[in-house]
Design a protein around this ligand. Structure first.
Ligand code: AMP
Ligand code: GLY
Length: 421
């Protein structure tokens, strides 16, 4: 079978790696991919939001199976588009993808089905927003209602910050804003919880804790994710039962009640407050770097899992996992998440110790004339599986030392909540 994967990040390299292990696959295309995927697949430089060009490419090359990594094409309806043209696609359709595409869509589902989430208010203009701020308790969370690549969320400690957030959102900092969302600030610990669904049934697909802030001790600006560990230390059977009963099942029912089905990965971003789960956000894809952290522990053939989802036969498959802890540290370009340099050469990659417990997944990299260059903010993901997190950390740090990339930095405290200092 020929498969195409859309996307170019660490998540997509991890997906390409898992797919390449499948006995069912003869050829993989990665659109557009990165230097890492080019070792396992043929990279094809196309715009992932140009559906017509993608379809033409798939048709010409007899590719009938597509896996979508990032949210953009999903929210824009690539699944509906390609399915109509008889291409099999793993991922949710346009209606279901609103769970990530519109925070207000999700909040309305939460309200209708009693799903625990932060108290909220929705406003259409700056004037009403300012009035609300004057009376609101701080800290106050303010969000733009569109895809903002993990940005577009403000945690405001005082009124002046809230005013500024409203102004920036309505001034179009994250694209045209029709609505703004205010949320109560939830104090707890975050956890990423994943399921895979075929529209009829769903199965657990891992849990993790991301480290979103750029600085050690969870300080500084928000990023796409500086590292993760899996499973989350908060995970327990009792908590999982609450997550399923109070959050996942009613959400999937909400999507069914709209006359459609949820097929694909579903990523619940949760805040755990005194052992109770609250939904912060949904993503309609795997997390990045959670995907890189979780996938090396997957034992079952991922292509068989994807096929069973598309054919609505997920109940017939058993998903097996390697019983080890996984840690992932992201190496970034100096300056990230703000300005950073591009086209920086990366040497020493051949010196790394990589084996069935130690993995390297590329993110913002490109291969030119047999040399590897950093072209993005998040550059490389170092992953290690181990019985104990502290050992995984040592192995990763040894590899980072071997690489000795002076143009980059990484958080030395990833997993600090599960690793004794
Ligand atoms: P989001 O893009 O909605 O995931 O928000 C980005 C980050 O902001 C989250 O990962 C949380 O750390 C934080 N956050 C979002 N909403 C809330 C909330 N209601 N209470 C506390 N923190 C929040
Ligand atoms: N790890 C955060 C995200 O994928 O959105």
């Amino acid at each position: 079978m020929k498969i195409a994967i859309l996307g170019s990040g660490g998540r997509e390299h991890a997906l390409t790696f898992s797919i390449s292990k499948s006995t069912k696959v003869e050829k993989i295309y990665c659109i557009p991919g990165n230097a890492g995927t080019s070792e396992l697949a043929e990279n094809v430089s196309l715009n992932i939001n140009d559906f017509k060009t993608i379809y033409d490419f798939l048709k010409k090359n007899n590719v009938n199976f597509v896996v979508v990594g990032p949210e953009d094409p999903l929210v824009n309806g690539i699944v509906d588009y390609l399915e109509k043209l008889n291409i099999k696609v793993f991922g949710p359709n346009k209606v279901a993808s609103q769970l990530e595409g519109s925070k207000i869509f999700t909040k309305k589902i939460c309200k209708k089905y009693n799903i625990p989430t932060a108290e909220f208010g929705i406003f259409e203009n700056a004037e009403d927003s300012y009035k609300y701020i004057d009376k609101a308790k701080h800290p106050l969370v303010i969000k733009a209602d569109n895809l903002a690549a993990g940005k577009g969320v403000y945690i405001c400690k005082e009124k002046a910050e809230s005013y500024l957030a409203v102004k920036e959102i309505f001034d179009g900092k994250f694209g045209t804003a029709k609505n703004i969302l205010f949320e109560e600030f939830l104090e707890g610990e975050e956890m990423s919880y994943f399921i895979i669904s075929d529209g009829k049934t769903f199965k657990y697909f891992g849990s993790a804790q991301d480290h979103k802030r750029v600085g050690e001790g969870d300080t500084g600006k928000n990023t796409g994710g500086m590292g993760a560990y899996s499973p989350s230390r908060l995970f327990s059977e009792e908590l999982e039962q609450k997550i399923l009963k109070k959050i996942i099942k009613p959400t999937l029912k909400g999507i069914n009640d709209l006359g459609t089905k949820y097929k694909g990965f579903l990523y619940a971003g949760l805040m755990i407050v005194k052992d109770e789960p609250f939904l912060i956000e949904y993503n309609v894809r795997m997390g990045d770097p959670e995907c890189q952290t979780i996938l090396p522990t997957l034992e079952t053939d991922i292509v068989k899992i994807f096929e069973s989802c598309i054919d609505e036969k997920l109940s017939e498959i058993e998903i097996k996992w390697i019983n080890k802890n996984s840690l992932c540290v992201v190496l970034c370009s100096n300056g990230y998440p703000e300005k950073y340099e591009k086209n920086l050469i990366i040497n020493n990659l051949e010196k790394l110790n990589l084996d069935k417990n130690n993995y390297l997944f590329h993110a913002g990299t490109e291969k030119r004339d047999d040399k590897i260059y950093a072209v993005g903010g998040r550059v490389l993901n170092f992953v290690c599986l181990s019985e104990i997190y502290s050992k995984a950390k040592i192995n990763i740090q040894e590899n980072l030392k071997k690489l000795n990339w002076e143009k980059g930095f990484y958080r030395k405290d990833i997993g600090y909540k599960v690793i004794d200092k």
